[in-house]
Design a protein around this ligand. Structure first.
Ligand SMILES: NC(=O)c1ccc[n+]([C@@H]2O[C@H](COP(=O)([O-])OP(=O)(O)OC[C@H]3O[C@@H](n4cnc5c(N)ncnc54)[C@H](OP(=O)(O)O)[C@@H]3O)[C@@H](O)[C@H]2O)c1
Length: 281
């Protein structure tokens, strides 16, 4: 396939470029410097020049707190850009695979969220991503994911490696689905190759609070997990500008329905990722 990957320098984008290239596809990887997805005419020209079979949109403005202060920019990147990409994809006959977030949910459901649960975002970021979702055609692939842990760049792993404080507070009243970026990318490849349309929750299996994730990360790094202390989100100082859902665990129900293998438990993938990151340093 000829594949255009936007946001290719991002946490997920980098892994997507790796897996699509390794699978033998012809990949055009763009960043905000080479294709600004908010620029309608640039998007139109790029898709007409490349005529891709598939567009994988990993471009987004993901700074949840900054989005809260700049709705206009959040909507331009996370919503309007998706409209541009889908319009251009329609014109050249391309399939679109778009990434979205667990933050489209309000977190009030006591159980994991399935794909057709009602979205009701708490934050500007969540709303802008939900509007982006609604720009897709029914046959496009919408992949909602969560709590990405990347191989490259800043992450909870690099943060914890750099800390020397004896006590490290982590929020223990927000629960989500930690997801290793490379595991996610492999499943996006599978869904895209199959051109499976509809909404898919794609996360590593298992849930955690930030406190539980930080403790498990310290264990994997062979540092002292007892240094991680639980706090509530309300105790964060300074407080975060954007509210987060208390529960945003994603049930991968659509993958199960389609008979597609689920990603491993995050506790299985995390130690490997920690070793890779430590080995790199
Ligand atoms: N990170 C998470 O925990 C998480 C959780 C749930 C869902 N997601 C979703 O997963 C997808 C990928 O997220 P990520 O974590 O990889 O985000 P990321 O690391 O912030 O990467 C996003 C990329 O988008 C690019 N971008 C921003 N504005 C752009 C523009 N106007 N034109 C073109 N590119 C632009 C950025 O490129 P530059 O750096 O060049 O500006 C950046 O490399 C997003 O849809 C996000 O909503 C992420």
């Amino acid at each position: 396939m000829r594949v255009l990957i936007t946001g290719a320098s991002g946490r997920v984008g980098r892994e997507l470029v790796k897996v699509f290239t390794a699978a033998g596809h012809q990949v055009s990887a763009t960043t905000s410097a080479t294709l600004d997805v908010t620029d309608w005419s640039a998007v139109w020209k790029a898709l007409h020049a490349l005529v891709p079979d598939v567009v994988v949109n990993a471009a987004a403005w993901t700074d949840v707190d900054a989005c809260q202060d700049d709705r206009e920019r959040a909507e331009r990147v996370n919503w309007h850009a998706v409209v541009h990409l889908v319009e251009a994809a329609e014109a050249v006959g391309a399939h679109v695979c778009h990434l979205s977030t667990d933050y489209v949910f309000d977190g009030r459901k006591p159980d994991p969220y399935v794909e057709d649960d009602e979205a009701n975002p708490l934050s500007v970021y969540g709303w802008s991503k939900l509007l982006g979702e609604r720009a897709l055609r029914p046959d496009d692939t919408l992949v909602r994911t969560a709590w990405i842990i990347p191989r490259h760049g800043p992450s909870i792993i690099t943060y914890l490696i750099a800390q020397s404080s004896l006590f490290l507070p982590f929020v223990d009243d927000q629960r989500g689905s930690p997801t290793i970026a490379s595991d996610l990318a492999a499943k996006v490849l599978e869904l895209t190759e199959a051109r499976l349309g509809g909404v898919f929750h794609v996360t590593n299996q298992g849930a955690a609070t930030w406190f539980e994730l930080a403790r498990a990360t310290m264990e994997s790094l062979r540092l002292g997990p007892e240094r991680i202390k639980p706090i509530s989100a309300a105790e964060l100082d300074p407080p975060r500008r954007a509210p987060r859902p208390a529960n945003s665990v994603l049930d991968n129900a659509a993958l199960r329905r389609e008979g597609i293998a689920l990603l491993p438990h995050w506790r299985e993938s995390l130690p490997r990722l920690c070793d890779d990151i430590v080995y790199d340093r």
